[in-house]
Design a protein around this ligand. Structure first.
Ligand code: ATP
Length: 217
């Protein structure tokens, strides 16, 4: 599709501390499977659900830029770093919706680990008014069998075709081969003086080494 088209836009938010091949592979596969015009990786500045990242938002952003600059169709959206205060996905998605207009399909993508905790998010029940949600299964995580999120999964269940045809309101859980990589493990390897090579792009590893990130102070 061209830049002028009205195809779906994917948003993939995270701490990306640091970005790794699990994130990148998932972003690319979702873009291709769901035919997004663009998949935007969106780092958060102050994650409301996690501890302070310890590495500045600027470093996390730079690593994302290095990781994606040679991949057409993947983009980095730095809006949460330009905003003061906590990064609520609701506010971010409301801003993006205002920019895209009411008709453009918008798809907020996350791992299943994030979906199961959705009911702790700020204004979570209103998210589907702004966007669709796609959750990708992640090793070790199962769909909730009961509770508010389980109900939402049933009520809002939609197909890939509906995601492309409607602007918002559907929830889809996709099975994808996820790489068993986590940022937590990469940080631990670097802290212990071991190599995280082949878990993340070489340019990101070079940046981590040059900037001496994730080392004990
Ligand atoms: P941490 O280990 O610090 O918790 P993480 O590796 O889980 O980090 P985040 O930046 O917190 O990465 O994740 C952002 C999003 O990416 C979340 O929706 C998460 O489910 C998803 N994600 C994380 N790791 C993977 C992976 N290996 N494959 C696909 N998606 C992933």
């Amino acid at each position: 599709m061209t830049a002028a088209s009205n195809g779906p836009i994917g948003i993939f938010g995270g701490t990306f501390n640091p970005v790794h091949f699990g994130h990148l592979r998932m972003a690319l596969e979702l873009r291709e499977t769901l035919d997004f015009d663009e998949m935007r990786l969106l780092p958060c500045s102050l994650p409301p659900h996690k501890e302070e990242p310890g590495v500045s938002a600027q470093h996390r952003l730079e690593m994302l830029r290095l990781a994606t600059e040679q991949c057409p169709g993947l983009a980095v959206d730095d809006r949460e770093l330009r905003r003061a205060g906590p990064s609520y996905s609701y506010d971010t998605l409301a801003e993006i919706r205002a920019e895209l207009g009411p008709a453009r399909p918008l798809v907020f993508c996350m791992g299943l680990d994030s979906l199961v905790k959705l009911d702790s998010w700020y204004r979570w029940q209103e998210l589907l008014q702004l966007t669709h949600i796609v959750a990708v299964s992640r090793p070790g995580w199962r769909l909730p069998a009961e509770g508010a999120v389980a109900e939402l999964i049933v009520q809002a269940a939609g197909s890939a075709a509906q995601l492309a045809a409607e602007p918002a309101g559907r929830l889809l859980v996709l099975e994808q081969t996820l790489l068993p990589i986590s940022s937590t493990r990469i940080r631990a390897l670097v802290r212990e003086g071991r190599s995280p090579r082949y878990l993340l792009p070489e340019r990101v590893w070079q940046y981590i080494s040059e900037q001496r990130l994730y080392k004990a102070p």
